[in-house]
Design a protein around this ligand. Structure first.
Ligand SMILES: [Zn+2]
Ligand SMILES: [Zn+2]
Length: 357
């Protein structure tokens, strides 16, 4: 399998971000990313999807355009949806999330629910923009970890805001426990639900009293919470083929969410051996009578938890390997935590492997 690393949630001046697509591509190339998905609010920007090359001509980056859609009339504001792989403007359907989901699929795309659990930050006048219309169906998954959304949850007062603006890595801890619980709930009910991690980068300048600062430049966020995907074949520079391969892997959850700032999560792998067949993250297979072996390899030793959705942690230890005999069907996922800046922080959150009847 070929690993590619990308960031899949960010904004440009077409909505409320600071840098345009070509500049984002250069920043992402410098950060070592292979692809980015630009997700402007309620605008599908046409004609900018393409490969971008680095200045030295050695590397290239696949830039894809998606859209973050929400109903701008709704009070209070809720329900941000990330629509990937679409081919037209769809924000006119934002009032009805189910109709919108169907339109996303009809246009060849798929959707993730953005920052499904959120906390308001009254100190900067930001509402909780979580997902509330849970009766909808037909989405590919949820955004498990949104960096800027977590940052927002740290802003309780002005001193705290200043502290975390300069030392964000002291505050960032991992996906909200509520989001993890939401996800496990979906999986335990038998739903296939992939996850992605997004920076939600805007590159904006914030002012707090005398301090004016670009908090969280794109360059910083592209080195923090990323989405790692496994592809069958290397990217080929054939744009249409590579676009389809990256989007398929994202939709199916063939990879993991990695906080690459404490230590790169590259080369993490989780797989299962069942009846002589290897199942990768995001894949489903029948659980043999004698059970299946779930295996993992981590780039560094970490506090690892293997979770069976609906049951909880089924194996836990400090290691760079996992070798677990699964005898019950269900969705199995791995999370790994590492000490960084004085405490344990989320590092790797895998997509599930589904062992079925
Ligand atoms: Zn949003
Ligand atoms: Zn956003």
């Amino acid at each position: 399998m070929i690993e590619v690393v990308g960031n899949v949630h960010m904004h440009t001046p077409y909505s409320d971000g600071a840098l345009y697509h070509a500049d984002l591509a250069q920043v992402a190339l410098e950060a070592g990313l292979d692809f980015i998905c630009v997700t402007d609010h309620n605008v599908y920007v046409q004609g900018v999807e393409r490969y971008h090359g680095s200045a030295d001509g050695r590397r290239s980056l696949l830039l894809l355009v998606s859209e973050e859609i929400h109903d701008q009339i709704r009070e209070p504001q809720k329900n941000h949806m990330l629509a990937f792989g679409i081919d037209r403007e769809l924000s006119t359907l934002a009032q009805d999330p189910q109709r919108l989901l169907e339109a996303v699929r009809a246009s060849g795309g798929f959707a993730f629910l953005a920052h499904p659990y959120e906390e308001a930050a009254p100190v900067i006048g930001e509402d909780d923009l979580g997902w509330v219309d849970w009766q909808v169906s037909g989405y590919a998954g949820i955004e498990l970890w949104n960096y800027m959304s977590e940052f927002k949850s740290l802003l309780h007062n002005l001193p705290g805001m200043l502290f975390y603006a300069f030392k964000p890595e002291r505050g960032i801890r991992g996906p909200f426990p509520q989001t993890l619980a939401l996800w496990d709930g979906l999986l335990a009910r038998g739903q296939r639900a992939a996850v992605l991690g997004g920076s939600d980068a805007h590159g904006q300048t914030y002012s707090a009293g005398p301090v004016r600062r670009v908090v969280f430049p794109y360059a910083y966020l592209f080195r923090a919470v990323n989405t790692h995907l496994l592809l069958e074949q290397p990217l080929s520079a054939d744009f249409a083929r590579d676009r389809a391969a990256v989007l398929d892997a994202l939709r199916l959850g063939r990879g993991w969410v990695g906080y690459d700032l404490p230590a790169p999560t590259r080369y993490f792998r989780l797989w299962a051996e069942a009846d002589g067949r290897t199942l990768q993250m995001g894949e489903a297979g029948r659980l043999p009578k004698g059970g299946a072996q779930i295996l993992a390899s981590l780039p560094l030793s970490a506090h690892v938890k293997l979770v069976r959705a609906g049951e909880g942690v089924v194996w836990e230890g400090t290691s760079d390997r996992v070798d677990y005999r699964a005898t019950l069907r269900g969705a199995y996922r791995l999370e790994a935590w590492r000490r960084f800046r004085g405490r344990e922080r989320g590092w790797i959150f895998s997509n599930p492997i589904y062992l079925t009847e």
